[in-house]
Each structure stands twice: as C-alpha cells, then as structure tokens.
Write a new protein. Sequence first.
Length: 254
Amino acid sequence: MPMPRLFRTAVAVALFAAWPLAAQAQTVFAAASLGDALTQVGDAYKARTGQAPVFSFAASSALAKQIEASGGADIFISADRDWMDYLDAKALIAKDTRKDLLGNHLVLIAPAAADVTIRIAPKFDLAGALGDGGKLSVADPASVPAGKYAKASLAALGVWDSVAGRLAPAENVRVALAYVARGEAPLGIVYTTDAMAEPKVKVVGIFPDDTHALIVYPAALVKEAKPEAKVFLDFLGSAEANAIFAKAGFTVLK
C-alpha cells in the first residue's frame, strides 16, 4: 500500500533532523602557511567529535576578498592582522570571537643542497647572493602577508631597493617555498614553519623580528557562521591543538 503523502513528509523531516552534524561541516578559510599543521588539527578534531572541518588554504588576501565577495566560510584565520581588520571594518566577522592564535618568524631559504650561508644584517649583500640572473622568491609583497613582512624587513635593513627588480613573486607563501624547493629560485623568504615542512630547502638566514610587524595569526568566526563552528574555533586553542602547532614551529599565543 502506498505511503500517505503526509506520512512521507513527516518521515523526510525526521530524517533531515537526524542527519549527523558532520554533514554540516564547518568551512575554514586559512592562510596557506597553516596547511600542514591545521590539517593535523582537523584530524585530531575529527577523532574526538566525528566532525571533519573543510579547509580552504590560500593567501590571506585572496581569502578575505572571497569572504567579502561571496562568503562561503565559517572561520577565517589570517596570517596578519591587516586582513582580519579589513573584514572587521566591513562587519563581516563576529568581532567578539576574534583572537590572536599563533605567531611565526621570517627566514631566508635556499635549496637544501646549496652551499650558502648568509648573515642577515643591515646592508647585507642579498643581490650578490642571488648571483647572475637569480630571482628572490617571495609571496606577492603588494598584498600577501608573507610578502608584506618580507618587504618591510628588507626595507628596514636597507636592502629592498637592491632586489626589488629581481623578485619571483608568488600567489602565496607555499608557492614561494615551492620555487626554491624545485631549484627555480636560488633564495626565498618564507616563514619558519614553511621551511620546517619542506626537506628540499634549508634556512640560511633569520630575519630579526624587529625589522617587520609582529607576525600574528588572528582567527574569528565569520558572520552567519554555523553554530558548530564555534566549537572548532575553541578547539584551536586547546592543549591538543597547541601541541600540534608548536611541533610545526608556530609560537602559540596565550
């Protein structure tokens, strides 16, 4: 006997209401440099809750612009305060959920097999270290946080003008890392955590923290975020998540 229409509707509503929260996965837009560590944090969260966050990794600038244009995220984690401030000014984040999550450092890298060590100091000869025709791999200094930090540091050291015309600009810091790992650029500027994640590169110099703005990763819920997204945002500050971030080389901010 066919099921009465009213009964079929009631069953459908009940089944939808019982659908697991994991099917309503929170979407996290996060800076490219967080890719490896945050994926591990997501795995730990899934093991505890059964819910698997969906991650989208790219330059903070690109992600902020995407949120502004069409939304799509529940949580935003930027590699600098500027792009979080940008969304805050447009009332696109839940301001009371914003917190500074992590810190990082800026380093100069070369291919792992390269025979080079550079002492980073005022007026150091970065152009000479690039050799004939060599390019400096760096995230786009016009908008991407890693590139902005790099430009600020090189300018403070009095080196920017000597290399500004010799850049291999990348869409995000992980692409800048890849250029050096593949030997397409003799030197590059990335975060400590990127260098630690790629065995095909080595650190040949460390930029002084006082030559650029403090590297801070703020996190916040995006306006209209799913309710369960707050649970994952809180998990990012847990002891379990902190241990993963610290092992990856991030500074955990309290």
